[in-house]
Design a protein around this ligand. Structure first.
Ligand code: ATP
Ligand code: MG
Length: 284
C-alpha cells in the first residue's frame, strides 16, 4: 500500500501483549498497515488471530490485561502516546466502532435514546432536544423509523438485527472519519447479514468514511474492500490490494482461505485442511 497524502490511519509495528502471571504473551506481532480517507480495509483471519485486539488497540479500548506498543498514527497523532483528553476526543467522535456483540456493548438498563444522546451532547455540544432529534434522524437513516419507538426501548427488547442497526447509528452519531466494524454480522442470520453490510457500505459512500471491516470470511471481505490484511495467530500473513491478493495470493494460508470460499467461484471438492503449523509463529 502506498502511503499517500490522504493517509488517515497508519499502524506501525503494533504489538499487543497480554499480561499473565507467568509473563506477557504476545497476541499481535509487529503489525503494520495504513488506510486512506474514504477507503475500505478488510482485516481477515480465523478466531483468535488478533483482529479484535488490533481494532480495540486503535480505539483505545483494549481489555485491562492487554498492552499495546508501536505506533498508531491517526491524522499524524500517535494514539498510543496521546493524552487521555486527546484520546477521548478522537476515539469518541472521529473514530466510530461497531462491536462484534451489540448485546454486551449496549447498556442493559439505559434506554437506547439515553445511550445515543450522551456522546452527541459531549462531543457535538448538542442540547438534549437537538440530540434527541439527531438520534431520531440517525435511527431513520439506518432503517428504524421513529414510529418504532426504539429510543424508549431497552436493548433486550430488540432483535439482533435491530441492535446492530442501533450500534451503527451510534457509531456514526458524532460524524466519524473512520469506522471500525468488528465482525458486525456474525451473530445474525444470512438475510439480515446482507442488509447490515449493505447499510454499512451505503453509509461509507454517503458519509465518505474510511472503513475497517473485520471478518473471518475472506470471500465476503473481498467483495467490499479496497485492501486486505490477512492474519493468523497474531501475525500478518499477507496484505495488499484486495483484488490482487485474491487473484494472486502469495501466502499458502491465504490460498487455503480462498479454496475454502466457494462464493469466489472455486468450488472445492472437499474442504481443504489448512496446516497452520507451517505458517504460525514465523516472522515474515
Ligand atoms: N480479555 C482477554 N484476556 C486474555 N486474552 C485475551 C482476551 N481477549 C482476547 N485474548 C486472546 O488474544 C488473542 C487474540 O484474540 P482476538 O480477540 O483479537 O481474536 P479475534 O481474531 O478477534 O477472534 P474472533 O474471530 O474469535 O473474534 C487470542 O489468543 C485470545 O485468546
Ligand atoms: Mg474478535
Amino acid at each position: 500500500m502506498n502511503v499517500g497524502e490522504k493517509v488517515l490511519l497508519e499502524v506501525c509495528d503494533l504489538n499487543v501483549d497480554i499480561l499473565k502471571a507467568q509473563g506477557p504473551s504476545r497476541v499481535v506481532h509487529s503489525l503494520s498497515f495504513s488506510l486512506e480517507a474514504g477507503k475500505t480495509l478488510g482485516v481477515v483471519g480465523e478466531s483468535g488471530s488478533g483482529k479484535s485486539m488490533t481494532a480495540t488497540a486503535i480505539m483505545g479500548i483494549l481489555p485491562d490485561v492487554a498492552v499495546a506498543s508501536g505506533k498508531i498514527l491517526y491524522k499524524g497523532i500517535n494514539l498510543l502516546t496521546a493524552t487521555s483528553a486527546e484520546r477521548r476526543k478522537l476515539s469518541g467522535s472521529e473514530i466510530g466502532f461497531i462491536f462484534q456483540e451489540p448485546m454486551s456493548a449496549l447498556h442493559p438498563t439505559m434506554t437506547i435514546g439515553e445511550q445515543m444522546i450522551r456522546p452527541m451532547r459531549m462531543h457535538l455540544g448538542l442540547s438534549k432536544k437537538q440530540a434527541r432529534d439527531r438520534a431520531s434522524d440517525l435511527l431513520d437513516l439506518v432503517g428504524i423509523p421513529p414510529t418504532r419507538g426504539v429510543q424508549g426501548s431497552y436493548v433486550h427488547q430488540l432483535s439482533g438485527g435491530m441492535r446492530q442497526r442501533v450500534m451503527i447509528a451510534m457509531s456514526i452519531s458524532c460524524n466519524p472519519a473512520l469506522l471500525i466494524a468488528d465482525e458486525p454480522t456474525t451473530a445474525l442470520d444470512a438475510t439480515i447479514q446482507k442488509q447490515i453490510l449493505d447499510l454499512l457500505l451505503k453509509l461509507r459512500d454517503d458519509l465518505d468514511l474510511a472503513l475497517i471491516l473485520i471478518s473471518h470470511d475472506l470471500g465476503l471481505v473481498s467483495q467490499y474492500t479496497d485492501d486486505v490484511v490477512v492474519m493468523l495467530d497474531g501475525y500478518e500473513m499477507e496484505q495488499g490490494a484486495t483484488q490482487e491478493v485474491i487473484a494472486n495470493p502469495k501466502s499458502g494460508y491465504t490460498q487455503g482461505l480462498l479454496e475454502a470460499a466457494p462464493r469466489l467461484g472455486r468450488q472445492p471438492h472437499r474442504l481443504p485442511v489448512i496446516d497452520k503449523s507451517i505458517y504460525s509463529k514465523v516472522t515474515i
